[in-house]
Design a protein around this ligand. Sequence first.
Ligand SMILES: C[S@@+](CC[C@H](N)C(=O)[O-])C[C@H]1O[C@@H](n2cnc3c(N)ncnc32)[C@H](O)[C@@H]1O
Length: 450
Amino acid sequence: MKNQRGRTGRHRRRKLVGRSALGPVNYSHMPEYIQLKKWLKERGFEDSNLRIARFADTGRGLMTTKSIQAGDVIISLPEKCLLTTRTVLGSYLGKYITEWKPPVSPLLALCTFLIVEKYVGDLSVWKPYLDVLPQSYTCPVYWEPEVETLLPEPLRRKAQEQRTAVQELYRSSKHFFSSLQSLFSQHVDSVFTYEVLRWAWCTVNTRTVYMKNTQAPCFSNKPDVYVLAPYLDLLNHSPGVQVKAAFSEKSRCYEIIAGSNCGKHEQVFICYGPHDNQRLLLEYGFVASRNPHSSVFVSTDVLLHHLSPTDKQLPKKLSLLKEHNFLENLTFGLDGPSWKLLTALKLLCLESGEFMCWKKVLLGETVSDTNEQKSLTLVRNICCHLIEETHDALRKLSHLQSESVDLEQHLALVETLRREDLQILQTSAEIIMQNLHSEAISVAHISLYS
Ligand SMILES: C[S@@+](CC[C@H](N)C(=O)[O-])C[C@H]1O[C@@H](n2cnc3c(N)ncnc32)[C@H](O)[C@@H]1O
């Protein structure tokens, strides 16, 4: 074999080192994953062609050792491996839940079970699964307020609502937790802390698959659709892939069937839904690069900031937009401002003499060249304002990054989101400028020949 010293050899070696540093790191040999596989096997799971690995861009996930074709079963997880509300009702918690009034929600039942099982540690039959669950999550409910303030609207508001909802769940569940005192030698307050409920809530929110369970009468009327599916819940999300996921009555397994091909030694993805990056960050604590579903929202506050308060018809225009649901979900995307945003702006830009044409505008008809021009100028101004606001947030972010190492991971998420937003806004700005340019040419053309 030829000795590979010298420039070419060094170059080749460097390239190989680079590749392995970026390639997936196999986790299958690690004790906790060996235990998990053993536990799954005891419950009838047949080893598939998947390996647990860490990927540079997405973190822990599943890699295939064989190429997958559309229609192949990726994972088939037996019913015995699933953690459902039936599992909880069949456990020591069953009698407490059945007797408790007002009834607890299916979500709270799952959270309580996770908390108790984690608390009992080695005694839990779910230990191999609990051992591989994340210790904490990256959803905004875990963030410090100074990070949250750097989020764009309306995500900032939704993050606050999420925090309030989890705090409220904790507050309203305290009596129920107290009813479980006889199960513990320690006081329940030290078992069911806010932090541990937040962990359980995020475990359910970020990892469960959808499965409609028969609604047990002892639960509140909140939908009973969450199922924890060990191992299967190691699959990461990609917006572009298609899979079929459902519980098969025939095989009594939860099955994931590929909708597209996947090459050998590649990461296998599923799609959590057609979610934009704001939703991914809020619900799952990550941001997907080049997400085709992503868009930047225009809040009513930003809209109002760009409108003339001297327009006497403004209150009427705003109430018409509200009435026809044209004040929500106004967005910029990679294909420019949405039709809904442009339509709302066209209505807001109607001159007093054109106001009676508002219905035409909502139906997508052109009212006048002036109106087209004015609304395009307005949308450009709003886009530039949001670009400026995003730059401003990135500047503040970089300042915080240099100050606080503890916030690093959460700040990195906001930065990714803001940079993705910036790309959308800059692409939109270019599209608007082209439209403004062609609109100006057509107006000049008309005035020249009329
Ligand atoms: C169902 S779990 C998937 C497995 C998870 N990566 C793990 O190690 O346990 C969902 C979580 O995985 C992470 N995740 C999923 N898809 C991702 C992606 N495309 N990029 C980065 N993180 C992702 C997020 O933290 C999300 O909350």
